[in-house]
Every structure is written in structure tokens, then in C-alpha cells.
Design a protein around this ligand. Structure first.
Ligand code: URA
Ligand code: SF4
Length: 218
């Protein structure tokens, strides 16, 4: 963890020990002061989906819409993700969606709030929430969406490009959870697909990677 940029004690002291519901985590996260990101955000955005979800989809952090609505993946990236899930034959109601960081980090430019990636320190500070979600949901598989999510699990050298679309092992050494997922699949972040100049090809690749995760569930 980078020593620089530390702006709080980390989330651990706010996370309930054995959460029984996502609502319990969500309520508790609203009080979190584990890092400085709570200050400028509207609210913490906890994950969403059924307790018995097979797959946990891990994004980066809530975006502008998500920050306002308090729900993950309800903006443009979420719509693209839904489209990709449908195309890959992954039932939307069988997935739990969440983010590595629960508060929206942004910069103000004129009247706009522009997404700013969380630092490694923010990601590490927020980890205890994801651990709580993993304990609660105990998904069979995890799909990491983009580099921030991949690096949250595997460390700073993780690259989506070289790892995507195949079965990865759960990083047991650094992420000890009671019932570890059977597999991890990495893919691109839907926001990067939205921004891409070769959007059709990138969407196709996202769908293919989600298809790998679906196959691994059978
Ligand atoms: N991007 C993310 O990583 N997560 C969201 O919830 C929305 C956009
Ligand atoms: Fe807590 Fe995470 Fe929000 Fe930081 S980003 S205040 S660690 S919930």
C-alpha cells in the first residue's frame, strides 16, 4: 500500500463483523470515514444483487449517476454491461454487481463532475467492504471489470490485456475469504468500451469474456 495519499484509517472499523444482508452493509457504509472520498460524494454505493448470486462483477467505483442514485451500474456503463450480459447469456438476476471503491471520486470542471480513478490507497482503504460482500455472497466466480478491479485483487502489476478471458485462481494469500470463489475472469471495464474507437470489437470481446465466466459456472 502506498504510504502517500493516506487520508483516513481504512474502512475496517466501520464494517460489521458478520453481515447478514447487503442492506446492513449499505447502512453501515454510509457512516464510513475510512478514507477521504466520502467528503465530496453524495453517498456510499454498496453492491446490489441476490444473496445467492453465482457471479460477483467487480467494477472500479460508482460513477456520477451511481453516486446520485446510490446504486451501482445504473448509468451508461451499467447499461452497456447489461447489454453484454444479455448477449453472453448470463442471467442478469444471477449476478451481484459491486465496485472496489464505494464512494465516487471526481474532479470538478466547470459545472461537471469528471470521474477520477481512485488511488491505490483508496482501493486498499475500501477493501474491508468488499471482503464483507464476498463473505456474504460467496459467489462461485468473480469477474473483474478493468484494471482497478484486477489490481485490487492481484496487485499493481496486473494487466487486463494479458490476463483477460481465461480462468484465473482466487488470490487466496492476499484475499482470505471463508468460501473462496472457484475462479476469476478478467475483462475490460464497460466504460472503456464506451469510450473506445473500436467499440463494436471491444464489446464483442467483453461479451466473449463474460461467456467464459458463464461456461465456468456450468
Ligand atoms: N463504473 C463502475 O466501475 N462502477 C459503477 O458502478 C458504474 C460505473
Ligand atoms: Fe469508506 Fe470506501 Fe468510502 Fe473511503 S471510499 S470512505 S473507505 S466506503
Amino acid at each position: 500500500m502506498a504510504a502517500t495519499g493516506r487520508d483516513g484509517p481504512g474502512a475496517a472499523e466501520w464494517v460489521p463483523e458478520h453481515p447478514r444482508s447487503v442492506a446492513e452493509l449499505d447502512d453501515a457504509a454510509q457512516a464510513c470515514r475510512g478514507c477521504g472520498l466520502f467528503r465530496d460524494a453524495t453517498q456510499a454505493v454498496m453492491g446490489e444483487g441476490p444473496l445467492k448470486a453465482d457471479l460477483l462483477l467487480l467494477g472500479e467505483q460508482p460513477g456520477d449517476r451511481e453516486d446520485v442514485e446510490g446504486r451501482p451500474f445504473v448509468g451508461p456503463a451499467g447499461r452497456l454491461l447489461d447489454q453484454a450480459l444479455d448477449a453472453a447469456g448470463v442471467a442478469r438476476d444471477r449476478v451481484y454487481r459491486t465496485n472496489a471503491v464505494k464512494h465516487f471520486r471526481y474532479e470538478r470542471r466547470d459545472s461537471k463532475r469528471i470521474h477520477k480513478s481512485p488511488s491505490r490507497w483508496h482501493v486498499a482503504a475500501c477493501e474491508p467492504w468488499l471482503l464483507g460482500e464476498l463473505e456474504l455472497i460467496a459467489p462461485r466466480g468473480v469477474v473483474v471489470l478493468g484494471a482497478t478491479a484486477g489490481q485490487a485483487l492481484y496487485g499493481p502489476s496486473f494487466r487486463v490485456g494479458s490476463q483477460r478471458g481465461r480462468r484465473l485462481e482466487w488470490p487466496t494469500g492476499t484475499w482470505p475469504v471463508p468460501r473462496p470463489p472457484e475462479f476469476v475472469v478478467a475483462t475490460a471495464h464497460p466504460s472503456s468500451v464506451l469510450r473506445s474507437r473500436q467499440r463494436d470489437a471491444d464489446l464483442e470481446a467483453l461479451v466473449a469474456d463474460l461467456g467464459v465466466a458463464r461456461q465456468l459456472l456450468t
